[in-house]
Ligand binder design. Structure first.
Ligand SMILES: [Fe+2]
Ligand SMILES: [Fe+2]
Length: 155
């Protein structure tokens, strides 16, 4: 089984234990949507196309588990580290790359490392393209425009 598949199974088990069925559907949809976008961006940018979706699968897990988005990026990074240590899927350097991306993923207005930026952009793709009829949040507009121009998409 691939590392991504193993991690995805773990995350799906966590999500499937949530009480609210709508929350379960939203969580699985968002995490898998961000993971798919992360692979596309990794291929486009020459970044690791295995670690990118692994970070995506974990990036909002703390928020889903606790029902709170308060500091969820930083707390989620700690949760991701404990999960990755438990599953023993990644070496220390890979764990650091994934946890850094999760730690920074809510800092959409600043620029961090290439993999950090990839996760932010994959998150914005999910927020803006899951339902194109929805208005784009102001804080995501600039990032959305630059993703569209990078990928040659109509903005
Ligand atoms: Fe988030
Ligand atoms: Fe997210």
């Amino acid at each position: 089984m691939s590392r991504l598949k193993e991690l995805r199974n773990y995350v799906c088990d966590v999500i499937n234990n949530l009480d609210d069925v709508d929350e379960r559907t939203a969580a699985i949809t968002h995490l898998n949507g961000v993971a798919l976008a992360a692979v596309i961006l990794a291929k486009k940018r020459g970044l690791n196309e295995e670690l990118a979706p692994m970070a995506a699968m974990l990036h909002d897990l703390h928020a889903y588990k606790t029902g709170s988005y308060d500091d969820h990026a930083h707390l989620g990074s700690e949760l991701a580290r404990s999960i990755l240590n438990e599953l023993n899927l990644t070496n220390e350097e890979e764990t650091d790359i994934i946890c850094s991306a999760i730690y920074h993923h809510d800092d959409k207005l600043v620029t961090d490392s290439p993999m950090d930026e990839l996760l932010k952009d994959a998150d914005v793709i999910s927020h803006t393209m899951h339902d194109p009829s929805k208005a784009i949040k102001e804080k995501e507009q600039a990032r959305y425009s630059s993703i569209c121009s990078e990928l040659g998409l109509r903005g």
